[in-house]
Structures are given as structure tokens and as C-alpha cells.
Design a protein. Structure first.
Length: 249
């Protein structure tokens, strides 16, 4: 409430007890209006961009999954954009699983002492929201690429790595690295269309366009609908690991 954010999404939460309401004090409306989900995938589908907050930071630049950006570095980028953005936090005792982090666009960490990196969940949320509020941008200036558009881009890159004959294990690494690269860049819709053109050109010359399950229309040449078409819908056509049209998450 202090930072003006009132939308709360909960995935398989524990019971909201009277003690929780006592601690919420003036934020009763946030609890009353909280949206409950069975899986994180349901939340992911609704968001243009998801930032996974984690205290587990990889010391190796080869660990693509948990190479995070710092909150002070990340917040100015996202504050300048327009779209549905979720700050994703895990359980108080365990945090986010690797699977959940992989489904997010970027991993973010809050700089803390090396003596004890982990923060209480409520403190971490408060620090993150404060940092975004501190940016004080009057209004968004750039529209984010939607989750649907990014999934088309990811499937296109996955199809390209297969068409180029990369070994399956290298395809997995490249696709994951590309996902995290895009996530850290906070891709806009304009950038999405330009980059799609970069990948669709070679695929067309190779006679490999479109990727399996993809619309015939070249996404780089026309605006995409806000909602997926029935022929290519992540909800009815879920990705499968190892398929050329799959995602890595």
C-alpha cells in the first residue's frame, strides 16, 4: 500500500488466517482482492514480463539460469516501459525453484551483505517496490513486447537452431541463453519486430518458414493480435522439450 501497488497474485497459498489479516492492518483490500492460482503458468500467461527475485546468485557466467541483474540496474529499465509486469517471489523458506526462474524473463537480486544474502519475504517485496517507486517516472514511454510475441520469437530461434543442425544439447543451451538475453534487455514491441525480421529472413531462404505450429503470416511484417489465434495458442498447444517448436521452461 505504501508504494501504490495493490494487485496481488498468489500461487497455491497457505490459508489467509486472522493473524495474517491483523498483520496486514490497512491492506485488507489487497488480501480480499488477491487472485489465487493453481500454477505459476496461469500467472505467466497473463503477464508481458516476469522478474524472478532470488538470493541464490551463480558465481559462474556459464550458469545461464541464475545470472541475475541487480535491482538498482533493473528498475530504471522497467520503469520506462508500459505493460503487465510481475515481480515474482518464492516461499519464505525455499524461494523460487529453478523451473519457476526459467519461466521468467529475468532473474533479479537485491544487493545485500555477503554474510547473509537472503532477506525476509516481506522485506524483499518492500525494498523492490520502493526501488520502482523511487524512479518516479511520470508515465511509461515504451510498450513492452507481449509474452505471446516473445514466445513466437523463442520458437522461431529454436526452429532456427534445429534447421542449422545444432546438436540437441547445444540447442538447449543456446535457446536458454537467448531467453535470458531477451529477458535482461526488457524487449519492446518495436525491437521484437526488428529482431523477428533478422531470423525470418534466413529461415525463408532455407525453405524452413514457418516453424511447426506457427501462423503463416510473417510476424515481422504485421502487428500481431493481442490474443493468440486458435492455431497457435500456448494454452491449447503447450510446448514440449526437444520439439523444434518448444520452449525450454
Amino acid at each position: 500500500m505504501n508504494w501504490g501497488e495493490t494487485t496481488l497474485h498468489l500461487v497455491r497459498p497457505c490459508e489467509i488466517t486472522e493473524e495474517a489479516r491483523d498483520r496486514a492492518v490497512h491492506a485488507q483490500t489487497v488480501l480480499n482482492n488477491a487472485k489465487i492460482y493453481d500454477t505459476f503458468d496461469e500467472v505467466r500467461e497473463k503477464m508481458d514480463y516476469c522478474a524472478a527475485f532470488t538470493a541464490r546468485v551463480s558465481a559462474s557466467d556459464r550458469s545461464h539460469l541464475r545470472i541475475p541483474v541487480s535491482l538498482p540496474e533493473f528498475s530504471p529499465r522497467i520503469a520506462e516501459t508500459e505493460g503487465d509486469v510481475a515481480l515474482v517471489f518464492g516461499r519464505e523458506d525455499f524461494g523460487l525453484s529453478n523451473e519457476d526462474v526459467e519461466k521468467c524473463d529475468v532473474a533479479v537480486y537485491i544487493p545485500t551483505s555477503e554474510m547473509y544474502r537472503s532477506m525476509n519475504l516481506s522485506h524483499a517485496v518492500s525494498v523492490a517496490l520502493y526501488e520502482f517507486k523511487r524512479q518516479s517516472f511520470p508515465s511509461p514511454t515504451t510498450k513492452l513486447a507481449s509474452n505471446y510475441e516473445k514466445e513466437i520469437l523463442y520458437r522461431t530461434v529454436e526452429h532456427l537452431t534445429q534447421a542449422l543442425g545444432y546438436q540437441p544439447h547445444r540447442q538447449t543451451i543456446i535457446n536458454l541463453m537467448f531467453r535470458k538475453f531477451v529477458g535482461k534487455s526488457v524487449m519492446t514491441r518495436w525491437e521484437y519486430h526488428r529482431i523477428m525480421g533478422l531470423f525470418t529472413g534466413p529461415l525463408k531462404r532455407m525453405g524452413k518458414w514457418p516453424p511447426p505450429g506457427m501462423p503463416e503470416q510473417d510476424p515481422a511484417e504485421a502487428e500481431l493480435p493481442d490474443e493468440p489465434s486458435p492455431e497457435w495458442d500456448m494454452r491449447t498447444n503447450p510446448p514440449k522439450r526437444g520439439d523444434s517448436s518448444s520452449r525450454d521452461a
